[in-house]
Design a protein around this ligand. Structure first.
Ligand SMILES: [Fe+2]
Length: 339
């Protein structure tokens, strides 16, 4: 079922083996949608510090179904994932328990955690614009609203409008401007696209590199991932990150987050792990590995991430965005964004 982090294997889709009763007195069991190598340094640092082993099961999909099927027999203590949409889906399924812990409340800004304590954002990523260094001047785009400007006609690339990242961005637009304006914005943005939505975020930066478009929507950490990949380095270097803001707001951010399962058999040690994750040491290790932003005050992003520039995060509570997701998705479909 679980693998110690150093020999972690993908279990996505695998049948659930029978579980032997836990022997170790102290351990933490983690179900993760994040790749084992992204959490390995964090887990290693935690185990080194506390002596508590962490067992990680990497899931590609089906987290909610698995936790429901396992019920109160689940070995999982914690679930680790990205995006408020996924976190709220897990919470809505009734498979988590609240954590009421002063260290977490102090470390994590209120907008980035569930007011009832069922989920906690542990890093943030901004959804930004990648702009061609050659064809887009500094300051040419400063707001998300600007993406609707006709000067971008035939120049914008993006992944599908129904992808959770774009749905969350649209939910934020709805929060700031309401339904009518959001529909107009989506329609104008669609009209500015260089091609039908397709591919992932990095494929859009590749399209900038290839000259197919001049600006693209993408999450910040992909810049780090592309720079680390010899095949994608040129794509990354053809573009720079621009942090747009909403008029009257900030840059759109989403989170990676953690939640404690209802069945958690190792509640005390699991809590220690979460506390470590939001400590300055845990924050920096985890954020650096993922090219993300730490959430705890006093924790700094890595030098590379900091080099992309600083920004003011939008102040909308992620709970509010989660609530607006269905409307955002409906609007995407109404304007036939991908069509
Ligand atoms: Fe991503």
């Amino acid at each position: 079922m679980f693998s110690r982090i150093l020999s972690a294997v993908a279990l996505g889709g695998a049948a659930l083996p029978a579980l032997a009763p836990a022997v170790a007195a102290e351990e933490v069991n983690l179900y993760s949608y994040r790749q084992p190598e992204l959490i390995a340094p964090l887990v290693e640092a935690f185990t080194e510090k506390t002596g508590i082993p962490v067992n990680v099961a990497f899931l590609e999909q089906g987290m909610v179904e698995r936790l429901k099927a396992e019920g109160m027999r689940s070995p999982a203590d914690l679930v680790l994932t990205v995006d408020i949409a996924r976190l709220s889906a897990i919470v809505d399924a009734g498979v988590t328990q609240p954590i009421d812990d002063p260290a977490l409340i102090e470390a994590i800004p209120a907008a980035l955690r569930d007011p009832e304590g069922h989920w906690f954002g542990v890093t943030t990523r901004a959804r930004v614009v990648y702009a061609s260094k050659e064809r887009v001047a500094d300051g040419e785009l400063t707001t998300y609203e600007d993406l609707a400007d006709p000067k971008w006609q035939g120049r914008i690339c993006t992944r599908s409008g129904t992808h959770p990242y774009n749905v969350a961005l649209t939910a934020a637009y709805l929060y700031h401007h309401g339904e009518e304006a959001t529909k107009e914005w989506l329609t104008a943005l669609k009209g500015n696209l260089a091609r039908k939505p397709q591919g992932n975020d990095r494929a859009q930066v590749r399209a900038i590199w290839a000259g197919e478009c001049d600006i693209a929507l993408g999450n910040t950490y992909y810049m780090g991932q592309m720079l680390a990949d010899p095949e994608q380095q040129d794509w990354a270097e053809s573009a720079r990150i621009v942090f747009p803001t909403f008029e009257g707001g900030g840059a759109h951010v989403n989170i990676s987050g953690i939640a404690m399962t209802k069945a958690s058999p190792n509640r005390e040690t699991a809590l220690k792990f979460v506390e470590f994750l939001v400590s300055p040491e845990g924050q920096e290790i985890y954020a650096e590995k993922n090219y993300e932003y730490p959430v705890a005050p006093g924790s700094e992003p890595s030098e590379l991430v900091a080099s992309w520039g600083s920004f003011e995060a939008d102040d909308v509570a992620l709970m509010d965005l989660a609530a607006l997701r269905p409307d955002a998705l409906r609007l995407m479909e109404e304007v036939d964004f991908d069509g």
